[in-house]
Design a protein around this ligand. Structure first.
Ligand SMILES: Nc1ncnc2c1ncn2[C@@H]1O[C@H](COP(=O)(O)OP(=O)(O)OP(=O)(O)O)[C@@H](O)[C@H]1O
Ligand SMILES: [Mg+2]
Length: 330
């Protein structure tokens, strides 16, 4: 049984211009101890999916329907105070910019030990010892000294480590990492990802890793879901998806991957055209206007997500025509 199973999730924003369907009928699951990568270009609904799972969608948005089954209970049925007990203790999040989550006026040590005290109900001294051990685990040098440091006194990579220490301090069963390394340089990025994997082994944590970098997915995610305009367009074990993508959008992302000799960490974009606005309900394939394979049938109705081979789903009526044009290289 999966640790997290999301069924037909709809996240909508109620704006003056109408309803924005930020997440539109999304279903996926995450197995215990496994890592699911979520990829897709800017605005496709990745962060909203993460926030919905924590029940933290900012107004004027809300979860309009669906189920978020975590350890077999629907989080959408819980009271705010029960949800409060799950956040940080059972499900933790790491955001791209640690400064949004770390409080600048408290030392990182105090913030980590406070989280431990609240969730584990242990005394201050014990919590401090555990916090220092956690700083050691995330390989922050001189943890006893660094316990006293304020967030601004640490480098970007160190702050991200402190965030991971805080997120994992209560051994959550699910860690959601929303672009945790985008702001960091490539070497530090690799170290942080290795660290997350190590800690995952130790704590048996499941991870949802949101990223623009398909190289990272190939390296550390067992499964991957590609999102486009609020929907899943392809879902598969990473190995299968990289070997034979079945949606033209995924194939485009693979083609546009930076090559080994490119040093810059490019964002995922270079498919011509723009994603659709999320206002109207789709009545044709939402990728059709940008698709090289498009045929008149693609404009008649939105294709369903269908099984194209065991464990591999794609939302395209031409899935057997999609070819890999490039291989993942890092
Ligand atoms: N306050 C808001 N009002 C209206 N629409 C919003 C609001 N916040 C988000 N959205 C909509 O939700 C969609 C999904 O946003 P989300 O932050 O999940 O994208 P993302 O995939 O995480 O993108 P990125 O890669 O840039 O982080 C956006 O395209 C936008 O249309
Ligand atoms: Mg985002």
């Amino acid at each position: 049984m999966p640790l997290l199973e999301i069924q037909d999730l709809q996240v909508q924003f109620f704006t003056d211009e109408g309803i924005v369907r930020a997440v539109d009928g999304l279903s996926f699951s995450v197995e215990k101890g496994k890592t699911l990568g979520i990829v897709g270009e800017s605005g496709c609904g990745k962060s909203m999916t993460a926030l919905a799972t924590m029940r933290l969608i900012p107004p004027p948005g809300k979860v309009a329907s669906g189920k978020i089954l975590f350890e077999n209970q629907n989080l959408l049925d819980l009271s705010e105070s029960d949800m409060h007990k799950i956040r940080g203790k059972k499900i933790s999040v790491i955001f791209q910019d640690p400064m949004t989550s770390l409080n600048p006026v408290f030392t990182i040590g105090d913030q980590i030990s406070e989280a431990i005290q609240i969730h584990k109900r242990i005394g201050k001294q014990m919590a401090k010892i555990e916090a220092i051990q956690m700083l050691e685990k995330v390989k922050i040098p001189n943890p006893v000294e660094r316990y006293q440091a304020y967030p601004h006194q640490l480098s970007g990579g160190m702050r991200q480590r402190a965030m991971i220490a805080m997120a994992l301090s209560c051994s959550p069963s699910l860690l959601i990492a929303d672009e945790p390394t985008t702001a960091l340089d490539v070497t530090v990025q690799a170290q942080i990802l290795d660290l997350m994997k190590e800690l995952q082994k130790e704590f048996q944590t499941s991870i949802i890793l949101i990223t623009h970098n398909l190289g990272i997915v190939a390296d550390i995610c067992e499964d991957v879901m590609v999102m486009y305009a609020g929907r899943a367009v392809e879902k598969a074990p990473s190995r299968l998806l990289f070997k034979s993508p079945k949606h033209p959008y995924t194939a485009g992302l693979l083609t546009s991957l930076p090559r080994l000799d490119e040093t810059q960490d490019r964002r995922l974009i270079p498919i011509d055209g723009q994603p659709p606005t999320l206002r109207e309900k789709a009545n044709s394939c939402t990728f059709a206007p940008r698709c090289k394979l498009v045929i008149p049938q693609c404009l008649q109705s939105e294709p369903d997500l269908k099984m194209v081979e065991p464990n591999h789903e794609a939302r395209c009526i031409l899935s057997e025509k999609v070819e890999v044009q490039s291989q993942v290289k890092r």
